[in-house]
Every structure is written in C-alpha cells, then in structure tokens.
Design a protein around this ligand. Structure first.
Ligand code: SF4
Length: 568
C-alpha cells in the first residue's frame, strides 16, 4: 500500500562514532546545529524528527527497523570527522530500505570534504556546506517540489552529484541576523546552547574560523535568554554554553547575566572562554547568574609551542584568568594539548610548571589531532602530498605525532601520563590554596562552589581517580569551608554523610540538625540524621526523623526496622 503523506518526512540523525569512548558524555549531546535546522523545517511545516544515534554502533537490524517504520523521504546527517563512518553506514542501510531516500550530509566534516564524500560514497546524494539551515531548507523544498521549478544549481551552499560530475554551488552567505532563525527551544529540549557563531582567532588546530568565519555574529540577549527560559520551563536547569568564546563582548555577557538573574531562571551553566576575555567584573556577574565552570584553552606551558599553534595568549594572561576565575568561585578548567610540533621533555615540564602555577581545578589533556578545515591539515597535505582520500581509512583522526618523524608514539604517550599524574598529584594542593574574593554578595555562591567541588571528590569525576590522595579529607575541608560562607544544603548533607561513614555519629547528627534548622523540609537531611541515630541504637529518635516521610520510597523499610528494634 502506498503511504499517503501530506508533508515530507525528514529525519535528522546524529550518527555513531567509530571508536568507543571511555567518557561517553563527550559525544552524547547532539550538535546544536541539528536543532536549529529541525526548528526551521518544523516552522515551514515539515514532519521532522531528530534521532540521537551516537550509541547505535553495530546494530544494523535496529537501524533498518526504525528507518522502515519512520519511512523518511529525506535524511540529514550531522557529520563530524569521528562519526563519518557511522553516517555512511546508516546512509547505506537507508538506501537499502528505500533507494529513493535523499541522503544529505552536513556539519563540519562534509563542509570541508564535500568532494570526498560525493566522489567516494554513492549513498551520499547531497552535501550542505557551512551554515546549514537555509541550504537544507531550500534543498528540502526542491526535493519536495515546493520550490516551484527552482533548479539545484540555484540552491546556494550545497554540493551534489550531477551524472558523473560533482557540482558545488556558490556558498550560502552567512545569515546576517541569527535571531531570524526560529528558536529551537520552542520545538526541542536540549542542554548545549550557543549565543553566537564564529571566532575571530585562528588557532592552527581549530576548524571553527574556516567553518563559521572570523566575523562573530551574536544572538540578541533576549533571544538567548528566552531560549534558556523556555528550556528551564521544560525542566533543564544545567546548560553548556558552547560558544567558541562566550566572553568576547564583556558588556553583552553582563547584560545576559543580568537578564538571567532578572528573570529568576535559577540555572547553572558552564562556558568556554579565552584567557584574554575575562576580568573580575564579568566573572562576578557570571557567577551570580549561575556560571559554575569556565573552560580555557591553555594548550601548552611553552610560549614557543603556543606561538607555533598560533594561540596568541601570554603566560601573564593565563595566570590572571585562572586566579580571577577561582577567586570568583568558578571552577576553571584547563585544556592542554601535547604531542605538539617541537614537543620535548622540557616543553612538557614547562606545561607542568605552568599548571602548578595556575592551579586549575579541572584539566583535560589532548594529543594534538589534525582535522580537515584546520591550517594544520592544509600544511600536512602540502608537505606530504596527501589527499582527502586518506579518510577512506577507517580512522577517526590523524594524530600530529604520526606525521612528524621527530616525535615517537611511545614518547608522546609517556608525556600524557606525566601530565595527568602531575595534575592529580597536585590537585589536593590546588584545592588547599583556593582563595575566594571577599565579597559578601558572593558568599552563597562561594558556599555552592565549595560544596560542589567537594562532591566531585566523593561522588563526581574525581571519586574514582586513585591517583588523588586524601579525597575524603579534601571533601570534608571543602564542605566546612562552604559552611563558613553560607548555610549550604549540599555541604550539610555531605558532611553529615562523611562523618556518618567515619563513625562520628554524634557529630554527623549535630551537623545534620544544624542543616535542618536552615532546611526544615529537607528529606535528605532528615533521612541521613535518622540513619545516624539508628547506627547509635537511638531508634525512637530515628523514627521521629522518618515518620514525616512515611510513604516515600525506601522510608517504610527504615520505619519497619526501627519498630522491630523497639518491639518488646
Ligand atoms: S581554539 Fe578557540 S580561540 Fe582558537 S580559533 Fe578555535 S575557537 Fe577560536
């Protein structure tokens, strides 16, 4: 039976990656671009569905089944270098299900490798290059024949196969007004948001300038904060602000922060910045508006290597940004790159020395990779005569050291180990030296910062890192520090649990009681206190803690245990 459809069905798919990740959260989130494309298509009346298939490796039957059920007319893939094989494999399956499905590749990787995909992979029909919303919409209209005779040649920003040749049309100009795009929060729920597109810098290893251009375009404050507000109403309370450099315009950032506060969004968020773009004032506003973490690309402690990478940041600026961020009560995260051109044991030592000086509370260490769209990739092709066909290999990326005879793999791996070990060894000292700005208005935020950091040692990212010594002592110190600033629920509970685990039950009860003075409706504090009483054999007192919460999951069991202990 032929399916009768009013509108074209479009799937937007985020495909799976070639290699399994240790930290799946690195790849879990769909690229924000898919939400923007989806919102524009929905606004135009298309039947659009977004599918996050980042974890669907090795499951062709499930993929085929879903594709048969959903019966799309068109599929758009958001393709990064590392998930391009996933996109190709899904596209092949889609063509097996229905050879008429129009397959469109968009995103960073096809924008630069459009010729490669269209030449080497017959299952790819179209490539959308660069800013994808309008080209994708125009293509959909053309495929659906809503375009009133508009030819493929007339659609800017696409490349496609025409018989035996590959055609690439003129590029779609960047949208002059980002706010003209429908707000994706109206249609979808997501956590990764952007308030701007582009980056004015030109780091050698980064594809952003070539993809977005160096002229940064911004959403208005109202558009962006409204997006956060809509998502907040849908239940999202933590955001990743994924702008390449969110803090580029100080006055605008302060305006955004004021608006978040004025609207009472009560959210927390993490952002990305350059060390050159922050100062005490903007950091204070960001903290008050809920910012809890800022990631900075430090890359290397060696000025020479930073210069080679065209990073254009100085050591004094790095020092200042990290010290100011910590003082504002925001967790500074440092990104470091190793395996750089000219890397030696001495340059790694310089990186360690800088790290020990700036005391980041989180650090990520990457091996320098080469991706299409970067100056590094162009230099590599020029130097070696390599072509884009190198991506026919089932590899996610090329590591720079593989292309440089002066760097050996074993040596690079040992650098990574050295850096990570140095970070974990020094982390307790970094925590001990935290010095927060004496600004009364920030005290509740300082308390939140300390207790949040404490939790990373007991339950969060550091809890299972065996190289970090004295985790519980660090957590205890941080929880106490939090309470020195302000009554903080997380700190009372954390301290109560720590003392309970150590067998300091009377102290645990005392702290939990103090917490209950401030948070009398807290079930967590009451439960924890009740358990400490139980451990002391004080079942009557424990019952008085649990009674209020009878009927809640897990509580009946505790009440029954107390009653049994009290039974004559
Ligand atoms: S690494 Fe950051 S600062 Fe450098 S070009 Fe990329 S986005 Fe811009």
């Amino acid at each position: 039976m032929v399916r009768v459809k009013d509108v074209m069905k479009i799937l937007l798919i985020y495909p799976y990656f070639l290699e399994k990740r240790i930290h799946e959260e690195d790849i879990r989130a769909m690229p924000i671009g898919l939400y923007y494309v989806g919102a524009l298509l929905k606004e135009q009346g298309y039947d659009v569905e977004l599918l996050n298939w980042h974890a669907l490796n090795n499951n062709p039957p499930a993929i085929k089944k879903t594709l048969k059920e959903k019966a799309p007319d068109m599929i758009g893939f958001s393709v990064l270098q590392a998930n391009r094989w996933g996109a190709i494999e899904i596209a092949r399956l889609a063509k097996e299900v229905n050879p008429e499905i129009a397959v469109v590749f968009g995103g960073v990787s096809p924008s630069f490798l459009w010729g490669h995909f269209l030449t080497r992979f017959p299952e790819v029909d179209f490539v959308v290059q660069g800013e994808g919303e309008r080209p994708f919409l125009h293509l959909a209209q053309r495929i659906e024949k809503r375009a009133n005779g508009k030819s493929l040649e007339a659609i800017a920003g696409i490349a496609y196969r025409a018989g035996k040749t590959i055609r690439r049309n003129q590029p779609e100009p960047f949208l002059p007004e980002l706010d003209d795009l429908p707000n994706p929060a109206k249609y979808f729920t997501f956590q990764h948001v952007v308030s701007s597109r582009g980056c004015p810098w030109e780091c050698l290893f980064c594809g952003s300038p070539a993809f977005w251009g160096r002229n940064v375009r911004f959403h208005s404050v109202d558009y962006f904060v409204t997006q956060l507000e809509i998502l907040r109403r849908k239940g999202v309370s933590f955001f990743y602000v994924s702008d390449d450099t969110f803090t580029m315009k100080k006055a605008r950032v302060i305006e955004i922060c004021r608006e978040i506060i004025r609207r009472g969004l009560n959210i927390t968020w993490a952002a990305i910045s350059r060390v050159s773009d922050v100062d005490d004032e903007v950091l204070s506003w960001m903290r008050k508006a809920g910012c809890v973490q800022i990631s900075y690309g430090v890359e290397s402690g060696s000025e020479k290597i930073r210069h080679l990478l065209n990073k254009k940041i100085t050591t004094p600026l790095i020092r200042k940004a990290f010290s100011s961020t910590i003082r504002a009560g925001i967790m500074p995260r440092a990104y470091f790159i190793y395996g750089n051109p000219g890397e030696t044991p001495e340059t790694i030592q310089e990186t360690i020395d800088l790290m020990l000086e700036i005391k980041p509370l989180s650090a990520i260490f990457y091996i320098l990779d080469i991706f299409p769209g970067t100056a590094l990739y162009e230099a590599y092709k020029k130097a070696t005569g390599a072509t884009d066909d190198l991506w026919l290999d089932r590899i996610e990326d090329i590591m720079y050291f593989e292309t440089d005879p002066s760097l050996a793999q074993e040596q690079i791996m040992s650098y990574g180990k050295r850096l990570r070990e140095a970070f974990y060894r020094a982390l307790p000292e970094f925590v001990d030296s935290i010095d927060l700005v004496e600004e009364e208005e920030l005290y509740p935020f300082h308390a939140d910062f300390c207790s949040r950091l404490a939790m990373t040692f007991t339950h969060g990212e550091y809890a299972h890192v065996k190289e970090i010594r004295n985790k519980e002592r660090l957590a205890e110190k941080l929880y106490s520090k939090a309470l020195h600033y302000y009554p903080d629920h997380r700190a009372y509970l954390g301290l109560g649990i720590l003392h309970q685990k150590e067998g300091n039950l009377a102290l645990s009860i005392r702290i939990l009681l103090q917490g209950l003075d401030h948070f009398p409706r807290s079930q967590e504090l009451a439960m924890c206190r009740g358990i400490s009483h139980m451990n002391l054999g004080q079942f009557r007192e424990a019952l008085s803690c649990f009674d209020t919460w009878s009927g809640e999951p897990g509580v009946e069991r505790l009440i029954a245990a107390c009653k049994q202990a009290l039974a004559p």
